[in-house]
Design a protein around this ligand. Sequence first.
Ligand SMILES: N[C@@H](CCC(=O)N[C@@H](CS)C(=O)NCC(=O)O)C(=O)O
Length: 225
Amino acid sequence: MKLYFHPVSTTCRPIMLFAAEHGLALDYQFIDLFTGAHRQPDYAAINPCCQVPMLEDGDFRLGESSAILKYLADLQGSPAYPGDLRKRARVNEMMDWLNTGLYRDLGYGLIYPQVLPHYKNADAAVQTALLAGARERARRSLSVLDQHLIGDGRPYLCGDEMTLADYLGAPMITVGEVIRLDYSPYANVSAWLDRVKARPAWAKVNEGFYAHFVAPFKDAPFEGL
Ligand SMILES: N[C@@H](CCC(=O)N[C@@H](CS)C(=O)NCC(=O)O)C(=O)O
């Protein structure tokens, strides 16, 4: 199975971590987002959205990180995507909330407009106002995650075991390290992140992210939370 990917990508890192932890040998196809390879006709023919990740399993192509994780987990019979109807529904609920809630405001609202030129608003006053709105909403989501969703001391987002929600969510929140966000006020979120980052495959899978996304911005000034 091929995975078209880029190592810094927030939406590829979940799949890379899942694959590493499940001993799944994907055939990694590097698409260089930094040089615009994803917008070239040969890749646009594979994924008209011109984004990574894209999975290719024979003649079956699948986009969307959440859908890819679910496909791979079912293929592997992984307990990270439980078969029990209600447990699975909880994992789906958390993944949808992360994808359409927290990540919209944290990633697309607060982080990317500060580091990715095409998300930045050309008008400085508009940029400041948009960042302020996103910051408020991201804080609210982080509080909900901290106090209500993880709140009761559970080790992982959906209970005692790592599920697809953790694979998806940890990269979405650690992308905040690019602009040095301080998550320490969110003690349960911080403890959960530390737990996921302590997993044996995390360091290797995230090498490219730290080298090519976090390190280059280490001295740049940013708006925080
Ligand atoms: N909803 C998609 C989003 C994929 C996405 O945003 N990919 C980014 C990398 S993290 C990308 O390819 N960006 C290139 C671009 O949009 O120009 C998913 O979850 O897979």
